[in-house]
Design a protein around this ligand. Structure first.
Ligand SMILES: *Cc1c(COP(=O)(O)O)cnc(C)c1O
Length: 365
């Protein structure tokens, strides 16, 4: 059999079709380029795969399910399991393939033609979706110590028509956790707004805002299986909120959006959650070990964090990034963000990977 190269008869269009909205044209594509090196510390992933015995159980369950049938309309079975695990009303649980999808839907729910309020620097998905979907994006700079600018946010809540407020705990990309009183004050000041507490990394900080979310129908906790559960490849995120807000959010969720195979894997994970706590504890130990090992570094400063990643402040982020890459370690540059001059973001890896990071850092001069 011969393979012929496809003949392309069409030249690439030189200009965007007028049908593409200006807001979509203007937003830069999500800035990520995969780099193939031994130590991948650039995406805040779990350093360990889903446990092999659970993977086997999950694949057996996948084999036993019909693949020709549509899954639940809104993943009701899985939502019930998550509700039981989180001690939450199942009517207030909404599932999507990754919590990034929920951020898009929340922007559709309360951002379009209204306000999206967050801090700066912040998780880029909030701001990209706001810009693309035509929300008025308002960002208040974090305090220099990375704590929430409570007064500035309160003023922004007063001065702008309502929409969606994002509070990230632990914060990304700083790993900072605010005092609970500060978060409570903000949430209570945001009467009339949809308040999102993004808790993607809460297992690493030991924080949990379910009580605060429970106390108001406008509040929502965003959670994911991508980090502490080690299931980023399966794609599942969820919201814990009031039945009222969940009802509106569910209208925006595409029907049948959680596949049969993902459902099977997540059921198994929820039946065996013990590994999550053990790994989160290892991450905390390793994080403190790295901080201690590099505290005397002549040029680099490791900043404290409550997440599974941390920032390293360097005099020259480009040089530091290239040095680590030459040692087989890829990290994420954050040095163009406000307050983060010279900063790299590094995920906590396996102990061996963290050793490699420490050795490479010490070899830099
Ligand atoms: C990683 C991350 C998420 C999770 O995204 P998924 O789409 O669930 O993989 C959500 N919020 C923040 C701040 C994150 O860093």
């Amino acid at each position: 059999m011969t393979t012929e190269l496809p003949v392309s008869g069409r030249a690439a269009p030189a200009t965007d079709p007028a049908g593409v909205r200006g807001a979509v044209r203007q937003v830069p594509a999500y800035p990520f380029t995969p780099i193939d090196v031994p130590h991948k510390l650039d995406q805040n992933e779990n350093a360990y795969d889903f446990p092999a015995d659970l993977k086997r159980l999950a694949t057996e369950r996948m084999l036993a399910r019909p693949w020709n049938r549509y899954p639940d309309l809104h993943a009701e079975t899985l939502a019930d399991r998550i509700a039981a695990f989180e001690n939450w009303d199942p009517a207030g649980v909404v599932l999507t393939p990754g919590s990034n999808v929920l951020i898009k839907l929340l922007t559709e729910l309360g951002g379009i033609g209204q306000t999206v309020l967050t801090v700066s620097p912040t998780f880029s998905v909030y701001t990209l979706e706001a810009q693309m979907l035509g929300a008025t994006l308002v960002q208040v700079p974090l305090n220099p110590d990375f704590s929430l600018p409570v007064e500035g946010l309160r003023a922004a809540l007063r001065d702008n028509p309502p929409g969606v407020l994002y509070i990230t705990q632990p914060h990304a990309p700083t790993g900072f956790v605010d005092p609970e009183a500060a978060v409570r004050e903000l949430v209570e000041a945001a009467e009339g707004w949809v308040v999102v507490l993004d808790e993607a990394y809460h297992q690493y900080s030991g924080t949990d805002f379910r009580d605060l979310v429970q106390a108001g129908t406008n509040r929502l906790s965003l959670r994911t299986f991508s980090k502490a559960w080690g299931l980023a490849g399966i794609r599942l995120g969820y919201a814990l909120t009031s039945p009222l807000l969940a009802g509106h959010l569910r209208k925006l969720v595409p029907a049948f959006n959680i596949g049969t195979l993902a459902e099977a894997a997540l059921e198994v994970a929820l039946e065996h959650p013990g590994y999550v706590r053990e790994r989160a504890q290892e991450v905390r130990r390793e994080r403190e070990r790295i901080l201690a090992a590099l505290q005397d570094h002549p040029l680099w400063t490791v900043l404290p964090s409550q997440a599974n990643f941390y920032l390293i402040r360097t005099p020259d982020a480009e040089a530091a990034y290239r040095h680590l890459l030459a040692h087989g370690i890829v990290v994420r540059r954050q040095d163009r963000l406000p307050l983060l001059e010279g900063c790299l973001r590094v995920a906590v890896g396996t102990p061996a990977e963290n050793d490699a990071l420490i050795a490479a850092a010490r070899a830099f001069r």
